[in-house]
Design a protein around this ligand. Structure first.
Ligand SMILES: [Fe+2]
Length: 315
């Protein structure tokens, strides 16, 4: 029985809130346990997105997940971004706020991607100091996620799990363990994903992410556009055992299926950890319903990213 999670509750099985599901959620109030929002989708918006979010936050627990903090960059921390993040949190009252262990740009330029950290003592010290500053400013512990990565630095001297474990302890922050990202990176960099999951400080894991990815044979890409694969479910089971169970969230960001398919996918997690499904209707979404809704074009094969859901969707 590890679960400490910085005192945060186990919210159950949730899904990422995406614009295409706004109407369905408002009309049907599906029995999903909680939602995760992309912070940047709502920070500068009023109007309908904010109205919908307020409706949802009244009925469901909500957590904020960002993609622009750039905690690893050598640029100064962005004190235009952070006050907006804090203001949104004060309004929405999320259970916690998360972002990624990465950098998104340097020298004032934004790559709109989650870039890998050099895994060295110097970058660890740099990130820990910045996390402390962010947490002091936001007046709450922050939660950091391991990203999927495709390249690494030859100068790295630490494994990713050593870096993340020491970062979490030294900065006193929480961890969002993205189990799919562990698997994607383990294939791309040829490491043992179980060692990663066994090595992070389990009492600091506040949340899990699950998602599908694309297998390009020579490497995996974190596309968030499909079902969760069996090796990831196996790792999820291990992570569940080691942490004692934490809030679990399914991300689906491209070829987004109808809401019942999304919900059914995250509820599979219950079966993988030996829990009963309370509502069997949710778990039996027909294949036709799924394929109809997924109406996929070749254009969708571009690598998706949560950032794609910022400007385009917030209208
Ligand atoms: Fe994730």
């Amino acid at each position: 029985m590890i679960a400490n999670r910085l005192g945060h509750p186990h919210l159950g099985m949730g899904v990422g809130l995406r614009t295409v599901h706004f109407d369905y959620i408002l009309e049907n109030h599906p029995p999903v346990d909680w939602f995760e929002i992309i912070s940047e989708n709502f920070m500068d918006s009023r109007g309908r997105p904010r109205y919908v979010l307020e409706q949802i936050a009244e009925r469901y627990p909500v957590v904020m997940h960002g993609v622009s903090l750039s905690i690893g960059s050598t640029d100064q921390l962005n004190f235009e971004y952070l006050p907006k993040l804090k203001a949104l949190a004060n309004e929405i009252k999320p259970l916690w706020i998360s972002d990624h262990v990465c950098w998104t740009g340097v020298a004032g330029r934004n790559t709109h991607d989650l870039l890998p950290m050099p895994l060295t003592e110097a970058s660890l010290k740099h990130v820990v100091e910045r996390i402390r500053t962010v947490q002091d400013f936001l007046e709450r512990p922050f939660v950091f996620e391991n990203p999927s990565t495709y390249v690494g630095f030859t100068g790295s001297t630490l494994s990713e799990w050593e870096f993340i474990a020491r970062m979490a302890e030294d900065a006193n922050c929480g961890l969002l363990l993205d189990v799919n990202n562990v698997y994607v990176s383990s294939v791309n960099h040829d490491f043992d994903p179980e060692e990663f999951i066994r090595s992070v400080p389990h009492e600091r894991v506040v949340q899990f992410h699950l998602a599908g990815h694309t297998n390009r044979q020579t490497h995996l890409i974190d596309t968030h556009d499909n079902h969760v694969v069996d090796p990831v479910w196996n790792l999820y089971r291990l992570a569940h055992q080691l942490t004692g169970g934490v809030s679990t969230l399914l991300e689906w960001d491209a070829k987004i299926p109808p809401f019942p398919v999304l919900h059914a996918e995250v509820l599979k997690a219950k079966q993988h950890i030996g829990e009963e499904l309370a509502d069997t209707r949710i778990a039996t979404v027909s294949m036709e319903q799924e394929t109809d809704a997924m109406g996929i074009s070749e254009d969708d094969l571009a690598v998706p990213h949560p950032l794609h859901h910022i400007a385009a969707e917030v209208i």
